[in-house]
Design a protein around this ligand. Structure first.
Ligand code: NAI
Length: 462
């Protein structure tokens, strides 16, 4: 048995960041992780491996579609799938080993095994009980499936199975047009699969700005993805080679089916708290199984905190990281804070899609007076030079005060561009503040400035 100031349960982006920050603040800290490697879902079977496959498949897309236009002639590369998976695994290893190094550097003890909490102040890892003044649950989430859909991670897969398919399927049915479905659907479409996305709602990527949703769907369709909208999936049946997806169209209740080599279930994730013993302890959960926390991330039990996908809010690695750093400050007796109004969201398709703050639909629903500044990447010289003129930047600002309320980008480097707007919003900036800031030419970021100019006297290049 060992005694610590803090024990963090889970070494995903929430947990490992929290453990490192606790150590930096002078606390004696351990982090429990049952996987063979650190980094949680994000590094092992989520954000990082999917980005490796998105990168590789995008290079193929560029070779097939844009190389000849630039005078780069010759045969397009063929896909060595085994090598592509090996590259992805190498990326994972480099990142997870990196966290191991950071733990050593910061003197964070890695307790290997699965944790439970027998009582406040105690964490049991396998058969050993350790003590800590504060316990922080960062146990993350797991894919949630649908009734009638049996995931075998071979034919009917979640994102985990989709990142390690034995071969590139000829056809893929994706259930759910959310972030996972569209990122991984894009990967396989670029690699030659016939991809059909089946979505319950009438728009893709729920919660996103309406104009972006429409433009995004059009661009994905141009890339070959097919969509069946307003369709409730009823179940799947395994066949000799692949599976059948049964769905009902909401408009007329008619029943249909679709056969595919592989079915990707991407209908959301749910908090993963199995085995922690929260029931026995009496830790309160919400109706959706999230751990209830107060404004300092403390659960209903004193000294036990929770962060990340296991609690309320968007299931995003960077939201978990921010909470990890903030709760570390709290248990160290300082003031931790997360600005939930300025959490960016990014979809790493091509083009990328990014957003922060309010959507136009939200502002309308609130009855707020706002103005819209929009600028197309067609008017951006750099974007045109690299065949990336599809998409736009849409900035929303208060009609009276000009304060920035939200930003929605679809286009090249959107996931990076959004951050200048995040910083501006953190400082309570106006659209004019962005418009008067010098932006280097030629960069994609000029499109953000032009959108800000469009909130005032008008953009120059449109
Ligand atoms: P999601 O919640 O983003 O999308 C799920 C979609 O499935 C929704 O559009 C929903 O309407 C649809 N759906 C649900 N039931 C259905 C049914 N019976 N038939 C047809 N459609 C149905 O969930 P997703 O994509 O699985 O992602 C899970 C979480 O992981 C999300 O919170 C997401 O933010 C996060 N994530 C974030 C990434 C990023 O930031 N780039 C990458 C991957 C995941």
């Amino acid at each position: 048995m060992a005694t610590f100031d803090v024990i963090v349960i889970g070494a995903g982006p929430g947990g490992y960041v929290c453990a490192i920050r606790c150590a930096q603040l002078g606390l004696k800290v351990a982090c429990v992780e049952g996987r063979e490697t650190l980094g949680g879902t994000c590094l092992n079977v989520g954000c990082i491996p999917s980005k490796a496959l998105l990168h590789a498949s995008h290079q193929l897309h560029e070779a097939e579609h844009n190389f000849a236009k630039m005078g780069l002639k010759g045969k397009s590369p063929s896909v060595d799938w085994k090598q592509m998976l090996a590259y992805k695994d190498e990326v994972i290893e480099g990142n997870t080993k990196g966290i191991e190094f950071l733990f050593k550097k910061n003197k964070v003890t890695w307790l290997k095994g699965w944790a439970s909490i027998p009582a406040a102040g105690q964490v049991k890892v396998d058969d050993e009980v350790h003590e800590a003044k504060s316990i922080i649950i960062a146990s993350g989430s797991e894919p949630s499936s649908l009734p009638g859909v049996t995931v075998d991670e071979e034919t009917v897969v979640t994102s985990t199975g989709a990142l390690a398919l034995p071969k590139i399927p000829k056809s893929m049915a994706v259930i759910g047009a959310g972030v996972i479905g569209l990122e991984l659907g894009s990967v396989y479409a670029r690699l030659g699969a016939d991809v059909t996305v089946i979505e319950y709602l009438d728009a893709i990527t729920p919660g996103m700005d309406g104009e972006v949703q429409k433009s995004f769907k059009r661009l994905l369709e141009k890339q070959g993805l097919k969509f069946i909208m307003g369709a409730a999936v009823q179940g799947t049946e395994a066949k000799k080679n692949g599976a059948t997806v049964r769905y009902k169209l909401k408009k007329d209740d008619s029943e249909h089916s679709l056969d595919a080599d592989v079915v990707l279930v991407a209908t959301g994730r749910r908090p993963f708290t199995t085995g922690l013993g929260l029931d026995t302890l009496g830790v309160k959960l919400t109706q959706r199984g999230q751990i209830e926390t107060d404004s300092h991330w403390q659960t209903s039990i004193k000294g036990i905190y929770a962060i990340g996908d296991a609690i309320q809010g968007p299931m995003l690695a960077h939201k978990a990281e921010d909470e990890g750093m903030a709760v570390a400050e709290v248990v160290a007796g300082k003031h931790g804070h997360v600005n939930y109004g300025v959490i960016p969201g990014v979809i790493y398709t091509h083009p990328e899609v990014a957003n922060v703050g309010a959507t136009e639909e939200q502002l309308k629903a609130e009855g707020r007076a706002y103005k819209v500044g929009k600028f197309s990447f067609m008017g951006n010289g750099r974007a045109k030079a690299v065949f990336a003129g599809d998409g736009f930047v849409k900035l929303l600002a208060d009609k009276e005060t000009d304060r920035i309320l939200g930003c929605h980008i679809i286009g090249p480097g959107a996931g990076d561009l959004i951050h200048e707007v995040c910083v501006a919003m953190e400082f309570g900036a106006s659209a004019q503040d962005l418009a008067l800031t010098c932006h280097a030419h030629p960069t994609f970021s000029e499109a953000v400035r032009e959108a800000a100019l469009a909130c005032g006297d008008g953009p120059i290049h449109s």
